[in-house]
Design a protein around this ligand. Structure first.
Ligand code: GLN
Ligand code: ZN
Length: 750
């Protein structure tokens, strides 16, 4: 029995030590032993920190050199043959699966539930043979034990593993990954036995896939898996967790199995507390996730205490925990001495959240949290701006724009573009010089004027290049943007930036999400200077570039004292003013990127309409003030629209660019079927790969596009921004894009 724990903890280190070590190893600057030493040091620091903070149960195995789903694939030996055939060391095979090699593609990277973390998708087929590889789990358990910390090894649960995996490319159509359930569960039985043999008393199996809607068959698989695992002779006690939402029906299923503990996310899924009440008396230990693992605000201890009392009334044994792994929050508020004290006093990063768990657990033992510890400071009056609220109240939601047909006519007259106009998604390569200029500015090695001079020089060269290549609609290239959200957050009031608030996004990539704490206002125009400068250099139209309200919310830590819809509307209002200023400066096309529209979709379908309502309303509020002759474009970074396909039409943009190069334009048919009948820019080449595509491939893609959609509505563009690429790839690729568009344009004219 234990009373306090966390589901997981950041593994990157307070100073991104893991990133530096892993990238050093990839670059050959660091050998494998040095990498292992750094990793061991980071693990030791986490275990001793958690123990010394007073947790009576500390997880292990939550460390990863790249990704926990990749770790799970390796733990069951689900290494696709193309990687095994490389004959590399286990460490290099692991990194090959994560990053690919010059010849072979890595595993696919995709979003982890509705977070901004990305995992690697395991590839499985009917012939996949699972073999237990407990070495990582056992070694880390022993490593902690040697430090005097008897930990609870954590593994991704077998059913979630299968639900996150995908059929390997060459498998028959009828194959579903759940067919492998029994053999995978047998393999997990081997992992559990090995951990029991090493001395582990508890093992945690994470099943976050069950906080989304699941079919009866999937729920049956969950039942079957845990009945079988519970029957493993001599096994450790099993803690099964759900995170990122409400377990709902899966909670009923799990409560009927003989597992020893259940972790519930009572922050995202508070209804699970009531569901537990219906099952009272509940036999297993309930780890009540009342401390939010996804946001940075201090826990309202009194409210958490009330929730714990509800769980306590239903279950005999209750422990305090986090709603999910603390992976999604920065490591330590102690690293942020310069934050405004009023804000700092309201924040808790991973390290502080551990203290909250310990405090709540003490309260659980003693009766209740002492009121003095529960008090939360009031937000300062300066965080609220009555004028924003008044403006929003006065503006009607929805779109004041003219009907699309009228807009299309006005835009055609204003722009006089050829059929199949060519353009890009916005960013051009962020060269070493561009990044150095930004670093120099931050370190005060250059002044603002010098920085601006360098950015202008970069913009001028990007404009010249696009003219030389023959693109029809130009961009300024976004050299001044460190990140598509941070750039705006830094210029808006109501947001704060951290100095070292890094969070892992995937592998060695870390992001520093801004904190949206108050009412949002725009003190001055944010992008007009750069766009206007670019426009002053050319007669061709230059597209203005903004990040949309949903994406700004998705990649920030947001306030929780008002509905997300209200926060989104405030951000949208600031963007609406920016759109107006761009327009006034003569910008004829304005693109508002919403790559995160799908990512924020709630896990349960019943919550989709509510989300899509405010998401679409925010986009329309941001763009709805534009004149009919101003073209509003949007960009989405994916092509599997699924549940958001209707929302794409509702955004009412004049042109939508999407990722389509990998799906052979099938998405255009899907879009048309959903009633989307406006401009569309299907990505005709994949910018995620360094490969320079042939003109012929892009001609084929564009021909497929004009078969699916009338040519008058098709744009030719890459499938995403070019910032991570080099000019050596971008130049020939865009030259080929222009040539392909001209070829298909000529066919169309003929
Ligand atoms: N305009 C942005 C760029 O080109 C869009 C990036 C994105 O979609 N993630 O970089
Ligand atoms: Zn994109």
């Amino acid at each position: 029995m234990f009373t306090s724990t966390v589901t997981g903890y950041p593994r990157i280190g307070g100073d991104r030590e893991l990133k530096k070590a892993v990238e050093g190893y990839w670059a050959g600057r660091l050998d494998a032993d040095s990498l292992r030493r750094t990793a061991r040091g980071l693990r030791a620091e986490v275990w001793t920190t958690l123990r010394d903070a007073g947790l009576d149960a500390v997880p292990s195995g939550t460390f990863s050199l790249y990704d926990q789903v990749l770790d799970a694939a390796v733990a069951v030996d689900a290494v696709p043959p193309r990687f095994a055939a490389l004959g590399l060391s286990p460490l290099d095979t692991y990194f090959a699966m994560a990053r690919g090699t010059a010849e072979i593609a890595p595993l696919e990277l995709t979003k982890w539930f509705d977070t901004n973390y990305h995992y690697l998708v395991p590839e499985l087929g009917p012939d996949t043979v699972f073999t237990a590889r407990p070495e990582k789990a056992v070694d880390e358990y022993r490593e902690a034990l040697a430090l005097g910390v008897d930990t609870r090894p954590v593994l991704l649960g077998p059913v979630t593993f299968l639900l996150l995996a995908k059929p390997a490319a060459d498998t028959p159509d009828r194959f579903g990954t759940l067919e492998l359930l029994d053999s995978l569960v047998d393999c997990y039985a081997g992992l559990l036995s090995a951990l029991a043999e090493a001395g582990a008393g508890w093992v945690q199996l994470d099943e976050p896939a069950f906080t989304a809607d699941r079919t009866e068959a999937e729920l049956r698989a969950l039942d079957r898996a845990y009945r079988r695992l519970a029957a493993v002779p001599g096994r450790p006690k099993l803690l099964v967790t759900g995170s990122y939402g409400e377990l709902g029906p899966a909670l009923d299923v799990l409560l009927a199995t003989p597992v020893d503990g259940l972790g519930v996310d009572l922050v995202s899924g508070p209804a699970d507390a009531a569901r537990l009440t219906r099952h009272a008396p509940v036999a297993p230990l309930i780890v009540a996730g009342v401390v939010d693992g996804r946001n940075v605000w201090r826990t309202d201890l009194a409210a958490a205490d009330d929730l714990l009392a509800t769980v306590r009334a239903a279950a005999g044994r209750v422990a305090v925990g986090t709603s999910c792994s603390l992976l999604h929050v920065p490591v330590d508020l102690g690293a942020e001495p310069d934050l405004d004290p009023a804000l700092r006093g309201r924040l808790a990063f991973a390290r502080q959240k551990v203290d909250e768990v310990v405090t709540l657990a003490a309260g659980l033992r003693d009766g209740a949290v002492a009121p003095s510890r529960a008090a939360r400071p009031q937000p300062p009056a300066g965080w609220h701006d009555p004028t924003v609220r008044a403006r929003l109240a006065a503006l009607r939601y929805g779109n004041g724009r003219a009907p699309y047909a009228d807009r299309a006519r006005a835009q055609a007259a204003a722009l006089a573009l050829p059929v199949l106009p060519t353009t890009t998604i916005g960013s051009f390569p962020q060269t070493r010089e561009v990044r150095a200029a930004r670093a120099d500015l931050v370190a005060a090695r250059i002044d603002d004027a010098t920085y601006r001079e360098r950015m202008r020089a970069e913009i001028a060269s990007v404009v010249r290049l696009q003219e030389k290549l023959g693109l029809d609609v130009l961009v300024h290239g976004e050299p001044e943007r460190n990140d598509m959200v941070q750039y705006f957050a830094e210029q808006l009031d109501g947001f704060a930036a951290t100095a070292r608030g890094w969070v892992q996004s995937y592998g060695s990539r870390c992001v520093r999400p801004p904190i949206l704490y108050g009412d949002v206002t725009r003190p001055e125009p944010m992008t007009v200077e750069w766009t206007s400068y670019a426009q002053s250099l050319t007669d061709l139209p230059v597209k203005g570039m903004l990040t949309g309200p949903v994406t700004i919310l998705a990649w920030s830590f947001v306030r929780t004292d008002q509905p997300l819809a209200d926060t989104a509307a405030q951000v949208a209002l600031a963007l609406r003013d920016e759109v107006a200023d761009l327009e006034a400066a003569g910008t004829a096309i304005i693109q508002v990127d919403e790559p995160a529209l799908r990512e924020l979709l709630p896990p349960r379908r019943r919550d989709h309409p509510g989300y899509l309502d405010w998401a679409v309303a925010a986009f329309r509020l941001a763009t709805g003030g534009a004149a009919p002759a101003t073209a509003i474009h949007t960009h989405l970074c994916y092509s599997e629209f699924g549940e958001v396909i209707d929302a794409i039409a509702d955004l009412d943009a004049d042109v939508t660019s999407i990722e389509a190069s990998r799906s052979q334009m099938e998405v255009l048919a899907d879009l048309a079927a959903a009633g989307y009948a406006r401009g569309v820019g299907p990505g005709v080449y994949d910018i995620h790969s360094p490969r320079v595509p042939e003109v012929g491939e892009m001609v084929a893609a564009l021909r497929a596009a004009v078969r699916a959609v009338p040519a008058e509505r098709v744009w030719a563009n890459p499938d995403c921004g070019l910032k991570a690429r080099g000019y050596a790839e971008v130049e020939p690729a865009l030259a080929a894009l222009v040539a392909a568009a001209r070829t298909v344009r000529a066919e169309h004219a003929g």
